[in-house]
Design a protein around this ligand. Structure first.
Ligand SMILES: *[C@@H]1O[C@H](CO)[C@@H](O)[C@H](O)[C@H]1NC(C)=O
Length: 174
């Protein structure tokens, strides 16, 4: 029993080492327009490539004006002072909203973009506590071939485009 546990632990350990598992922490800020400084919104530690995470801290920002626009973002690692983020309405930080942070990771597991969305919390109406205030989603850069954005549309032999081409051709040839 103990032996199995040790073996499994050893395999897990080397598995993670071989996979290049790394742990990273990112601080996400809320920065109201018109405010000179950002406020720390959340600190999230995540494992890459296993994509597990834990929210180390979460603090609802103090906002003066309900109609304010609030930037949500982070500072890119390595590039000093390079802010990257999105903008949202301060209404979305209300306690009646389910907030969701989306962390987009590059091929190295570093955050390159953050997203933020909020949806109204729907209470169960039975007085039970509502869902957690902040949700986190880690989005990995999709591996594999890039979409062929500049490639012309390919139509198969039976495609209607081919049939449509003929009259056009003959029209131009006239
Ligand atoms: C992710 O999982 C690994 C392996 O179980 C663990 O060592 C690590 O602490 C976890 N990371 C987080 C942020 O929960």
């Amino acid at each position: 029993m103990m032996r199995n546990f040790i073996l499994v632990s050893v395999f897990l350990f080397f598995g993670l080492v071989l996979a290049g598992e790394s742990s990273q922490t990112v601080s996400v800020f809320a920065w109201p327009i018109g405010s000179s400084t950002p406020q720390q919104l959340a600190q999230i530690t995540y494992g890459y490539p296993s994509l597990n995470y834990s929210i180390k801290s979460y603090k609802s920002p103090s906002l003066s004006d309900a109609s304010d626009v609030v930037r949500v973002g982070f500072y890119r690692s390595g590039k000093e002072g390079a802010w990257s983020g999105v903008a949202t309405s301060s209404v979305n930080f209300g306690s009646d909203r389910q907030k969701k942070l989306r962390l987009h990771l590059d091929a190295h597991g570093d955050v390159y973009h953050v997203g933020f969305s909020a949806t109204p919390l729907i209470g169960k109406g039975d007085g039970s506590p509502q869902t957690e205030e902040l949700k986190v989603e880690l989005v990995e850069q999709q591996p594999g071939p890039q979409p062929h954005l500049n490639k012309p549309v390919v139509v198969n032999a039976e495609g209607k485009v081919d049939e449509g081409k003929e009259p056009e051709k003959s029209f131009l040839q006239k």
